[in-house]
Write a protein that binds this ligand. Structure first.
Ligand code: MSP
Length: 515
């Protein structure tokens, strides 16, 4: 079943300390857009997502809700899978780190690492953030230090833990992180290079005070540090293809991952710890890590721990899926932070989707139906080259930008083509020209050209706004083929076919709504 056309992509495995919020949706929607794009480009995609269920943070949340950790995890985990289904996310695997098979994978991996001589018992002292599940590099004498992200007091820890010999991989990791293709975007690569150049320290991979974790085989009372177990979830998901959960099967199952998409807060785990762990276990390292920015609200990271989140389901019920995707992909520069603003959200949807694209489609179909017997016109003369060449140019831009995960530039390219098409109609004023029978052929060509550029817009929107795209294409009586290279050719819209009565492709948002 495997071909060299395979593309394995992952979202992070989300903590189930609380239900998903718009920040969690951001990564998943970006991965969905990439997956759809890759499929349209002819790749076979394995899109992995899932949940990270162990650790102290989750143990404490369950305790504070007076329910068992298992019950808590089942509740929240299903909130994630249900949300992805509601939002029509095209994931292929949903892994839970409480799956029985996961324990099996973790044990195999641990044994490999141990055989490489990379595990030893040591003393772990330091300030710990339970929200990040991470030790912070802060001196022991600091009084009541807080986590910058979670704005909560750090906790002092001093305990016997198993350590992973990360320092042994200093040179290899240095080579890896300085290579051109591993970490994107470049600004994040530089952060990591700087961190690595200070010298890598071994890190602890077990805990003695956390019961809600996977037991470390051979070390009574120790459970695996949640990050050690979580990263291996990617392997468990890859192996979940009907075969055995054996690490030797990884290569045949779609490993290494071509792309891990993550937020900037967890870049270090993915770009340093994870490849070193893979090297130690004799497993191929992932090909690329993309660290995107944070979605903020009033300047603060939107997060479960801070409680300033936007609930994606409420937003979905209010506006539907297209506005959410358009806002996240079109407004935020992938790789950088983006601040959610009510007015900007509404304006963007109304301007781009309802006005620019929606009106273009509506007016062109209306004219075509009125003058050409409810059909696409038959073209007998050449139209102006302008719209054709702009469309071809846009196709190239959008494909190139999506290949670089630059959703913003890709969306801008699409909107630009819609604007140019509107201008072309205004400049040619076919509603005036049609009054003279002599202009019939030129008007036919003009309308056909704009219907065609609109069809191309509809096709190009498939990975970004699959729902809106299919509404547009239906109104143009066009059924896309599976691989979009076949659709992205000028002149594919059949002439003389019926066009249904156009309907608005999206509801305008009331400018007074509060999100
Ligand atoms: N469980 C770990 C990941 C383990 S991966 C093997 C974790 N989970 S998380 O739920 O806290 O975060 C998951 C992802 O959501 C991270 O990439 C994080 O950056 C992202 N986001 C969480 N809040 C976010 C925003 N406000 N904005 C954008 N992304 C955000 O970390």
């Amino acid at each position: 079943m495997l071909t060299n056309h395979l593309f394995t992509i992952t979202t992070p495995l989300y903590y189930v300390n609380d239900r998903p919020h718009l920040g969690s949706c951001y990564t998943t929607i970006a991965c969905d857009a990439i997956s759809r794009f890759k499929r349209l480009e002819g790749k076979e995609v394995i899109f992995i997502t899932g949940v990270d269920e162990h650790g102290q943070k989750i143990q404490r949340t369950a305790e504070s809700n007076s329910i068992s950790a298992e019950e808590h995890c089942n509740n929240i985990s299903s909130k994630y899978s249900e949300l992805w289904n509601t939002l029509n996310i095209t994931y292929d695997r949903f892994v839970r780190t409480t799956d029985a098979n996961h324990q099996n994978v973790v044990n195999q991996f641990f044994n490999n690492v141990k055989k490489s001589g990379d595990i030893y018992m040591g003393n772990q002292k330091g300030w710990y953030c339970v929200g990040c599940e991470e030790f912070k590099d802060i001196s022991e004498n600091t009084e009541r230090p807080q986590c910058d992200i979670h704005k909560k007091d750090l906790e002092w820890r001093n305990e016997e833990n198993l350590f992973f010999r990360l320092s042994k991989y200093q040179t290899k990791i240095e080579q890896l992180v300085t290579s051109n293709d591993f970490i994107h975007p470049i600004s994040r690569r530089n952060e990591i290079i700087k961190f690595v150049s200070k010298g890598l320290k071994d890190f602890s991979i077990s805990r003695v005070n956390v019961t809600w974790g996977l037991p470390v085989p051979g070390y009574d009372g120790h459970t695996f540090y949640v990050w050690f177990d979580a990263l291996l979830g990617y392997l468990t998901a890859t192996l979940n293809n009907g075969g055995e959960y054996k690490l030797e099967q990884l290569e045949r199952s779609g490993w290494p991952a071509d792309l891990h998409v993550i937020g900037k807060d967890i870049l270090r785990f993915h770009a340093i710890y994870w490849p070193a762990m893979c090297m130690s276990a004799g497993i191929d390292i992932p090909t690329r890590i993309y660290g995107h920015g944070f979605l903020t609200r009033e300047g603060n990271k939107m997060g479960k721990s801070l409680g300033n989140v936007l609930n994606p389901l409420t937003l979905y019920e209010l506006v539907g899926i297209d506005p959410i995707r358009w806002y996240l992909l079109r407004d935020i520069n992938f790789g950088f932070d983006g601040d959610f603003q009510n007015k900007r959200f509404i304006d963007l949807i109304n301007n781009d989707l309802a006005n620019t694209i929606g009106n273009l489609l509506n007016r062109t179909i209306t004219m075509s139906r009125k003058w050409f017997n409810n059909k696409v016109p038959i073209v007998t003369v050449n139209g102006n080259e302008l719209i054709k060449s702009k469309s071809v140019h846009t196709i190239n831009i959008v494909r190139k930008e999506l290949d670089r995960y630059n959703f913003l530039k890709a969306s801008e390219g699409i909107i630009e083509l819609a604007k140019q098409s509107n201008i072309y109609l205004n400049d040619n004023a076919p509603w005036v020209a049609i009054k003279n029978d002599e202009n019939y052929d030129e008007v036919s060509a003009c309308i056909y050209d704009v219907l065609e550029s609109t069809r191309i817009i509809g096709i190009l929107l498939q990975p970004l706004l699959p729902n809106l795209s299919s509404i547009m294409l239906k109104q143009l009586s066009y059924s896309p083929e599976k691989v979009w290279a076949n659709d992205l050719v000028w002149g594919k819209l059949e002439q003389d076919i019926e066009l249904p009565t156009p309907k608005p492709i999206i509801n305008r948002l009331d400018t007074n709504i509060e999100i």
